[in-house]
Design a protein around this ligand. Sequence first.
Ligand code: COA
Ligand code: NAP
Length: 267
Amino acid sequence: MNVQFDFSGRHAVVFGGTTGINLGIAQAFARAGARVTVASRKQANVDAAVATLGDGALGLVADVRDEASVASALAQAAATHGPIDVLVSGAAGNFLAEVNGMSSNAFKVVVDIDLIGSFHVARQAYAHLRKPGASIIFITAPQAVVAMPHQAHVGAAKAGVDQFARVLALEWGPAGVRVNAISPGPIQGTEGMQRLAPQIQDGDATLRAIVPLGRMGTTQDIAHLAMFLGSDAASYVSGAVIACDGGAQGMLTPMISGAIAAQAPAR
Ligand code: COA
Ligand code: NAP
């Protein structure tokens, strides 16, 4: 598919950008000419990601739960590539666990990564954004709006991300900063799908019943939306949480229920 954007001279920073959907976004911005910075916890992931991003890409180790580590990464990114034009906050953690099978720390670890991490990334990036014209994109999930079993931690965290994005759009809009969120549907070949519904494959009858467009999404589908949101074509789009899910409208519960049934004995 030939979708063209030009991000020459612009700087895109992707937190959690070393694997999966977020790496796909970073690669798309790099192909469109942006100077790209990616950051995540594991050096091996950072190195592997940077090797796919072309000359000049910057890879940094940072844990979004640690505000000082986020601040340090952003300072290095700005010192290397200049002010930030597009900031993507996509780091996340997930596992299937019912509330009765989850410790307080298990609930908290996902809230810390997904929600508090998003706060750290946005709050610390503000001073480095090239405002006006800068754009922030959070990566949220359908669990934010649709109740899914064994996903209380993720639902609570991502619902917080959605509302955080909307409030930031109000507070930072007057400075010319746009803030949006992308809610991906089931994306092929990703860690998220492996953890939630590993039995689902393209062509599967359950998938076709759930997704009107009849297929899983690709990381490129999400990257195209991210590039639109980061571009001047979206200059009047802010405070939006946009699904990119083939029309599934978040109704992915049957997939997850299937995975739970496959894993756990019936009660
Ligand atoms: N069921 C119940 N509890 C679980 C669990 C599961 N499947 N997996 C982890 N936990 C609990 C742990 O037992 C621990 O709680 P405890 O201290 O009370 O024992 C808590 O969660 C934190 O686990 P820990 O392994 O110490 O966290 P971590 O910081 O090393 O890793 C995770 C964070 C658990 C989210 C890990 O899965 C991760 O790093 N994920 C990133 C990748 C990912 O999830 N990608 C998909 C994105 S959609
Ligand atoms: P993924 O490959 O596991 O991506 C998560 C990324 O976040 C990894 O690069 C990971 O790298 C990084 N990360 C995790 N914890 C971190 C932390 N504490 N600090 C910094 N970085 C951290 O998963 P994915 O499936 O592509 O999901 C990407 C995003 O899309 C997530 O926000 C997820 O909620 C959302 N999403 C996914 C789907 C799907 O179908 N996959 C559907 C809806 C929403 P390190 O391990 O190196 O830290």
